[in-house]
Design a protein around this ligand. Structure first.
Ligand SMILES: [Mg+2]
Length: 99
């Protein structure tokens, strides 16, 4: 597979999830967000067990779930990331926090 842009990954991840039936019924957005958290928790377990392959795979799962959700909600996450990075560039060192 060629490297895909964030926009292309959003389309791909959402189309796979739709094809596998995960969008047959209206999605519960809170549940979808918490499923991203579960993938991050799995990544944490991979890290704790020094299982680098599992750590990397679970991080990928978290992104896949986010891209799917953005695709399903029609969010152009590429544009949102670009906007937020530009905003972050203007923020002070450590975002102005002392500790
Ligand atoms: Mg997983």
């Amino acid at each position: 597979m060629n490297d895909l842009t964030v926009r292309e990954l959003t389309v791909l991840c959402h189309s796979i999830a739709k094809e596998k039936g995960f969008w047959d019924e209206k999605r519960n957005i809170g549940e979808a967000l918490m499923l991203v958290v579960t993938e991050l928790a799995e990544a944490m377990e991979g890290h704790r067990h020094q299982d680098d392959a599992n750590f990397r795979e679970e991080l990928a799962d978290a992104f896949i779930r986010l891209f799917d959700l953005c695709g399903g909600l029609g969010i152009d996450i590429q544009a949102e990331i670009n906007k937020k990075c530009e905003k972050n560039k203007t923020r002070p060192y450590k975002h102005g926090k002392i500790c």
